[in-house]
Design a protein around this ligand. Structure first.
Ligand code: DC
Length: 223
């Protein structure tokens, strides 16, 4: 049985960047669960579906997630998701993903897949409900956040660098709307796990945060 590290937190906290770097340093697998929800959202957009429909999961023409779970070929799904990463991080997906992620049918489907992904080996898995619902038995849990302005600014700069024509106030609206839905939905809302280590990344560089996490992991697990 490997070591499981979870990182939860709101949009723009810096989860993906530090989770990837931490996994890299430890030689662990890195799993970004937000991309799974983004993938379902992207498929729903392609299928022209109403993201507010509770039947969304049944209506998707591509039963991709179920198919991959049955065939136990999760690695192919992840490679596919990786290959379309740019499309999954578009402002259109940003705007709709929280509406998709609040459906319990969507979460149920992805829960089995996420548990399958942590079955073997050591992983750093990031998301919103990883330490609370998906892997409550994880070895080390982090909850990372940053102040509102910092989180919005990070996302704004990221989209600008990718060439999207978007204003700061549009990004602000999108981030605050996602925060609101993600932390208030009925099923598996974003909350800090009781046993998680809290890190505020507002005034720290990526390497400072990663070093702090590494230090904690080594101390807790006698690495
Ligand atoms: O990590 P991210 O910002 O790329 O995630 C996109 C959305 O996916 C997020 O706003 C809510 C949803 N999500 C979730 O509900 N549960 C997770 N474990 C991960 C993401």
């Amino acid at each position: 049985m490997g070591m499981i590290i979870t990182i939860d937190g709101p949009a723009g906290a810096g989860k993906s960047t530090v989770a990837r770097a931490l996994a890299d340093k430890l030689g662990f697998h890195y799993i970004n669960t937000g991309d799974l929800y983004r993938f379902i959202t992207y498929c729903a957009i392609l299928d022209n579906l109403n993201v507010n429909s509770a039947q969304l999961m049944d209506r998707l023409s591509l039963k991709i997630v179920e198919k991959y779970i049955q065939e136990n070929s999760d690695i192919d799904l992840l490679s596919h998701i990786n290959s379309i990463s740019e499309k999954l991080h578009s402002p259109e997906v940003d705007k709709k993903v929280s509406f998709v992620a609040r459906h319990s049918s969507v979460r149920k489907n992805l829960m089995s897949l996420q548990r399958l992904l942590v079955k073997d080996g050591s992983v750093v898995m990031e998301g919103r409900d990883i330490g609370t619902i998906i892997v409550p038995y994880a070895n080390v849990k982090f909850f990372i956040t940053a102040d509102e302005y910092t989180r919005i600014m990070r996302r704004y700069k990221e989209l600008q660098e990718k060439g999207y024509q978007i204003t700061f106030s549009e990004v602000k609206k999108e981030i605050l709307c996602r925060d609101y839905i993600d932390s208030r939905r009925e099923t598996a809302p974003l909350t800090q796990p009781e046993d998680a280590i809290f890190i505020d990344t507002s005034h720290q560089t990526v390497s400072e945060v990663v070093e702090e996490m590494l230090e904690i992991v080594r101390r807790l697990k006698d690495f």
